[in-house]
Design a protein around this ligand. Structure first.
Ligand SMILES: [Zn+2]
Length: 251
């Protein structure tokens, strides 16, 4: 029988057996939100599951199971563009805590979250604290940090955080058929001040709606995206994430 990766595809018996050998579960978290005129709305949710699957395939069995994706996230800032669907922070918090306390009951002591959407990060960290202190579940999270070394090397566009050079490249590489290349264009970006630009070191934190910063919904420069860059970004990110999951699994 093939080794199953997904929690949802396993039988109760298979999961019982697996829980004797592995005490780590993996949780992909994404979003459904506008990604400019050219990328699918579910880019973050698809990518969260994609990178976890590819990373787990590099590990030695027994493999930590991948829970179903939390497809919706905190996307209030994208609501000015069609297609975005946002949870309230409390909703996401409850969802993650409920999932965490459930897996803990079944004998898993560690939950590794791969979060593909920056807007979710602060609430997920808060949920991690609650799970540790209230439920004794140890949560680890990668919010795209595994992709950072290759991103630093390959992506040169300024403030490239959403549907820009980086994300359009990764989408061209893992789901090129869903990228509407004819609509790729460089957005007009407007920040309130240079100090608040995401690339400023360190940037001054401020709250924003995407439509206040960009005319197309993209932040960054998708015209610089290529399949080759996307493949290199994934290769590097998948390797680093696999190492991180292996490390957590052995703790
Ligand atoms: Zn995204």
């Amino acid at each position: 029988m093939v080794e199953k990766l997904l929690w949802g595809e396993m039988t109760r018996i298979e999961l019982e057996e697996l829980s004797n050998d592995v005490d780590t579960v993996l949780l992909p978290v994404g979003s459904i939100e506008q990604h400019g005129p050219h990328l699918p709305l579910d880019t973050d949710s698809y990518d969260a599951m994609y990178i976890l699957k590819e990373a787990v395939k590099k590990l030695d069995p027994p493999l930590p199971p991948i829970l179903p994706t939390i497809s919706y996230g905190l996307s209030e800032h994208h609501m000015g563009f069609k297609g975005s669907i946002s949870l309230k922070p409390d909703t996401l918090m409850s969802l993650v805590v409920d999932i965490g306390r459930s897996v803990k009951k079944h004998g898993f002591n560690k939950m590794f979250i791969y979060n593909a959407h920056g807007g979710n990060t602060s609430v997920l960290k808060e949920a991690a604290l609650r799970l540790k202190y209230d439920h004794d579940l140890h949560v680890f999270m990668d919010s795209g940090e595994s992709m950072e070394p290759a991103k630093k090397e390959l992506v040169k566009s300024k403030n490239d955080v959403h549907a820009g050079e980086y994300e359009t490249s990764t989408s061209l590489a893992n789901r090129g058929d869903l990228v509407d290349s004819d609509r790729i264009s460089k957005p007009d970006l407007k920040f309130p001040h240079q100090t608040m630009e995401f690339d400023n070191k360190p940037p001054l934190f401020f709250t924003w709606y995407t439509h206040e910063l960009t005319d197309t919904g993209a932040i960054g420069d998708p015209t610089k995206a290529t399949v080759e860059k996307g493949e290199k970004l994934w290769d590097s990110g998948i390797d680093i994430l696999a190492e991180r999951i292996a490390l957590v699994k052995e703790l």
